[in-house]
Write a protein that binds this ligand. Structure first.
Ligand code: DP6
Length: 349
């Protein structure tokens, strides 16, 4: 048997990790190198607390015989009390990430992976960022490796869910453009810096029609793609300084404008991508109405129709109540800034 660090031979090891999802203030949209997950632009996000993924990883080392190859991996998704097959697309992405991690660690053996999302599977909230961050943290520790958060971020990035690179940190996080190891997210401020809330108005609970991956592929076909990139350095600086100053009145307008820019690029790509539903526009009007009434509420949308509304904790009840009163809103998930991933020994799923 090959040993990991050249010393002790590896035994079977199980680890359970948790990571929060994140909401981007400046979005990752379009890639310089999609294969290696090098984005076209830096992005900034806030890690979430309630919307998180829990992943148990067990690694059984082998010399690579019939029992131990990649073909022996098992991937499961927890739904209620049951562990189910997560479907071919998700399983393929997980298996590819496990192959990368085995290669990175220079070991052979099989993984058993079981993942649970704390938010409703049908809520239309991207679970890939938290899912692949939790998977990467759990698998790396199941391989017996101790690595820095930057290295974890670079590894999570390669999962195909680039935004997972940001979920290896808590608080407010920036993912820069860079080559390989340098293309790893870094914290701007930790969760204790600012208790910002994110209320997620769910208006669409099915899977989105066009994946983010296809969105990244098509982004550069939009005549507005380059224009958005030109505007970004200024926006990034405004977002960083508003976070540092805990200034929602400065952050909100840039975040809302940036979300509209992203969707403008999506809608003008070839072929076009329309993530918005009529309810999305209705909610943008509700958010403007709240502001006209003196409430600091600002909207952003990822690659979907659901609307994330940022506000300070004292405004949360009023904003949530107003969003819940909209007929098209199925539910409002009340979230806020969360911490970085945690992990512990043992398989819990
Ligand atoms: C619009 O390639 O990270 O959410 O499949 O959702 O993990 P997932 O997509 P990914 O692209 C994220 C696109 C985005 C903006 C963002 O989160 O930066």
């Amino acid at each position: 048997m090959r040993s990991v660090a050249g010393a002790e031979p590896m035994n079977e090891r199980s680890v359970t990790a948790e990571a929060g999802s994140n909401i981007a203030f400046v979005k990752y949209w379009g890639a310089r190198d999609l294969e290696r997950a090098i984005p076209a632009n830096p992005s900034i996000s806030m890690t979430l607390d309630a919307c998180r993924s829990v992943c148990s990883a067990t690694f059984r080392p082998s010399d690579g015989g019939a029992e131990g190859g990649a073909g022996a991996d098992e991937v499961l998704l927890a739904e209620g009390d049951r562990l189910v097959d997560p479907g071919a697309a998700f399983t393929r992405r997980v298996l590819a990430q496990l192959d990368r991690l085995r290669e990175w660690a220079g070991v052979r053996g099989a993984f058993r992976i079981a993942t649970r999302n704390t938010f409703p599977a049908a809520a239309g909230i991207a679970s890939s960022a938290s899912g692949f961050a939790a998977l990467t943290v759990a698998a790396v520790h199941a391989l017996g490796r101790e690595v820095s958060s930057s290295e974890l971020s670079a590894l999570a990035r390669r999962s195909g869910s680039g935004s997972a690179s940001r979920s290896v940190w808590g608080g407010f996080v920036e993912w820069p453009v860079g080559d390989e190891a340098l293309c790893a997210a870094q914290p701007i401020a930790d969760r204790d810096h600012w208790a910002l809330c994110d209320l997620i108005a769910v208006v669409e609970s099915g899977p989105k029609e066009v994946s983010s991956l296809d969105g990244h592929r098509r982004a550069a076909t939009s005549p507005y793609f380059e224009r958005r990139l030109e505007r970004l350095p200024d926006k990034l600086e405004r977002v960083r300084s508003a976070i540092r100053a805990r200034d929602l009145a400065a952050l909100g307008p840039v975040v809302e404008e940036e979300a509209i820019d992203l969707h403008l690029v999506a809608m003008s790509s070839r072929p076009p991508i329309f993530y918005w539903q009529p309810a999305t526009l209705a909610l943008l009007a509700v958010v403007r109405e709240l502001r006209a009434a003196g409430v600091g509420a600002w909207a952003t949308m990822d690659a979907g129709a659901n609307v994330h509304v940022l506000c300070e904790p004292e405004d949360e009840p009023r904003v949530a109540e107003r969003l819940e009163a909209e007929p098209a809103v199925e539910r409002v998930l009340r979230d806020r800034v969360g911490g970085g991933p945690i992990w512990r020994e043992g398989a819990e799923l």
